[in-house]
Write a protein of this length. Structure first.
Length: 262
């Protein structure tokens, strides 16, 4: 049987502040251009840094709610809705294909959080492409998340776009407010280290060595925003070209590095 779907790329997006959802800047414009440069997906699976669970779960509802999982931001941000359809079909395909670990269906607990909708509304503003989220089992080590990505790789041949949404450097206590503050030296060092390892295809270093030095420990004090990158790496193969969609550091301590394989 001929596969009617184009093999999809796999993408990691540094989503940064929720305010990026309603702003037009170099970063958000890069997402608009990115969507125009890739095939139209049949569906999207997003691993967001903002759905942390015990075990691994996948949204299974037909009409996921828009979750405003933040506080202290303007009302305009809370007013945003992203009424995208879900895809029980793709959720079930994942659950039946990935046997270990067992993936649990979520019919009501979660939905589409800002790690997903804040970037998807720039990529696909009409909210027409079925979208599901896969949770991050935070207590597991990096290798777990990388292996999960490997088991999701088959989706690319089914027209499904795999997206990891987090930030390579994400240190909220060290944030600097104001207009274009200078990034910390350690943030630049770690972001550059990741870039070099990505170009060298040294996945093992990215999975296991990211806290072996001070810049890494400062950049990844908690791995919630880092782990989505590992799913993306797992879903790649050696034939994928790597391109950097966006590079930059916001608020001194948040890397916005966004990249595409394939």
């Amino acid at each position: 049987m001929i596969n009617p779907y184009s093999k999809m790329p796999v993408i990691f997006i540094g989503h940064g502040s929720p305010m990026n959802a309603i702003e037009t800047n170099e970063f958000t414009l890069s997402l608009v251009s990115l969507a125009k440069s890739i095939p139209q997906p049949r569906a999207i699976v997003c691993i967001s840094a903002h759905w942390l669970t015990e075990g691994t779960w996948v949204t299974h509802m037909s009409n996921p709610k828009t979750i405003h999982d933040f506080y202290g931001f303007p009302k305009a941000l809370f007013d945003v809705q992203y009424p995208v359809p879900g895809s029980p079909e793709i959720a079930e395909l994942i659950m039946t294909t990935v046997e270990k670990p067992k993936i649990h269906p979520d019919d009501e607990m979660w939905g589409i959080d800002h790690g997903t909708w804040s970037v998807m509304r720039h990529l696909y503003p009409d909210a027409s492409i079925p979208t599901i989220q896969l949770s991050v089992y935070l207590e597991q080590p990096g290798e777990y998340h990388y292996r999960m990505g490997k088991q999701l790789q088959f989706l690319r041949d089914h027209g499904v776009l795999i997206v990891g949404s987090g930030n390579i450097v994400h240190n909220l206590p060290r944030i600097i407010w104001g207009d274009n503050p200078k990034p910390y030296d350690w943030a630049i060092e770690f972001d550059t280290w990741i870039k070099e390892k990505l170009l060298a295809r040294d996945n093992q270093a990215i999975i296991t060595q990211y806290t072996n030095f001070e810049a890494g420990r400062l950049s990844v004090p908690v791995p919630d925003h880092y782990f989505p990158l590992l799913y993306v790496l797992g879903a790649t193969d050696q034939d994928d070209d790597l391109s950097f969609v966006y590079e930059g550091i916001q608020n001194g301590s948040i890397s916005m590095r966004t990249l595409k394989f394939g």
